[in-house]
Design a protein around this ligand. Structure first.
Ligand code: GP9
Ligand code: MN
Length: 405
């Protein structure tokens, strides 16, 4: 418990900022719809292949949404499940294994649990076996009311692509469930078609493959496009069913799709040699917060998946004077000065640190290590605090009820 006190002090000194903004409470009473976009990285947005836009729908959507162009995934071995953990629990995934598998019975005080007290119903939609990543067990700990897993979907060989039910049919078949749950709700849709190794029949492909020495990268673009089209169709379904107007829709990339093994091909595609700096910058995934009726705004500030919990609670107007979490609300001016990746790499407003080299964030030029040094220790300390919280299941001892406004 003394360890918890130390962590509380750290959070108070370094994380808890005055988090007010014009958007505070804007989501209150509305439905929250998260879409986890499998393996979608930011570099595909507003880019073309043979003159064809890769993500035409998302490209249009970001013009009428809050779009964060420097948003990094912070996942590790737990892949999709790590991204879920970051977003719901506001803690870092573990260094050595998927926290969904290793610590599913901890106390987390995650978003679905918090918002239950405010009358929100929560559910996850994902057409995979419920035990994959131990989701069925972990979702209970996170406070989810229901998990619409594979057995809720009509899956047969004609509507499977790659790993399972294709994204278009997934959304189509989900609408009836969405219409049946009590409002307001907080739900998450986890897409699947754009999963490694990015298989897609020619009849389903609406843009060209790339041509390089990497089949993985070559196949990536048509499946990204497929997910883009599926999300577009989902928006249409939401509008047709009258859900759209009362909802806030948040789309985020869960983690990279193209690993650094494909850097030669990636370099060919991007027209530059991929340096360690570029490797970090390729960990950016889209974050699109779409609030119907709001004008679009592009943010270039640095952000990470860990910031989504406080951001969500801020939009819902459910902020805490105190909470144990390691992110800061993305709409506040006063924010933590770095984004930590799980391997200890980090990004600040001015610098990118990786492989013991400090780079200028905007130019990618190597700069003096002394520029990055002031952040190095705090990044490691923060990751360690998060790990210790999980290893010791320390949130058991934290009295959240006293903290709520
Ligand atoms: C599996 C889906 C994809 O259910 O979440 O898993 P991933 O390999 O990306 O973690
Ligand atoms: Mn994934």
């Amino acid at each position: 418990e003394s360890e918890l006190v130390e962590i509380e002090d750290y959070v108070q000194d370094h994380i808890d900022y005055d988090e007010h903004s014009d958007l505070e409470g804007v989501a209150r009473g509305k439905n929250i719809i998260y879409i986890s976009a499998e393996s979608v990285q930011s570099f595909v947005l507003n880019r073309t292949i043979n003159g064809q836009e890769i993500t035409p729908f998302l490209n249009d959507l970001i013009e009428e949404s809050y779009y964060f162009e420097n948003f990094y995934h912070q996942t590790n071995l737990g892949k999709t499940s790590d991204s879920e953990f970051l977003i719901e629990a506001g803690l870092y995934p573990l260094p050595n294994g998927p926290v969904f598998m290793t610590h599913p019975h901890n106390e987390y005080h995650a978003v679905p649990e918090i918002i239950k007290d405010y009358g929100y119903y929560s559910a996850v939609f994902h057409a995979n076996n419920k035990s994959f990543w131990n989701r069925d067990v972990m979702y209970e700990s996170l406070g989810y009311d229901h998990f619409y897993s594979k057995r809720y979907y009509n899956v047969h060989e004609d509507n499977i692509i790659g790993w399972g039910l294709n994204d278009k049919v997934f959304f189509e078949q989900s609408i009836k469930y969405l219409q049946s749950i009590p409002e307001p709700y907080y739900v998450k849709f986890i897409t699947l078609t754009n999963h490694f190794p990015f298989e897609l029949d020619e009849k389903d492909a609406n843009i060209d493959q790339y041509d390089s020495n990497s089949n993985t990268l070559n196949h990536y673009f048509p499946t990204v496009r497929y997910t883009d089209e599926a999300i577009q169709q989902f928006f249409e379904l939401l509008k047709q069913s009258g859900i759209y107007e009362d909802s806030i829709i948040i789309i985020y990339g869960d983690h990279y799709g193209i690993s650094e093994y494909h850097n030669k091909a990636m370099g060919q595609f991007l027209g530059k040699e991929i340096t360690p700096y570029d490797n970090v910058q390729l960990q950016r995934v889209p974050l699109i917060i779409h609030i119907p009726g709001h004008e679009g705004k592009k943010f270039d500030k640095i952000a990470g998946q860990i910031d989504l919990k406080p951001t969500m609670l801020h939009l819902l107007g459910m902020e805490y004077d105190q909470d144990i979490r390691f992110g800061t609300n993305l709409f506040s001016e006063d924010r933590k000065p770095f984004v930590a990746l799980r391997n200890g790499d980090f990004i600040t407003d001015e610098y990118v640190f990786t492989e013991n080299i400090c780079y200028d964030r905007l130019t990618g030029a190597e700069v003096e290590m002394s520029n990055c040094e002031p952040f190095e220790e705090q990044v490691l300390q923060e990751l360690q605090h998060s790990d210790n919280l999980i290893y010791g299941d320390l949130l058991r001892f934290y009295n959240f009820d006293d903290q709520e406004k």
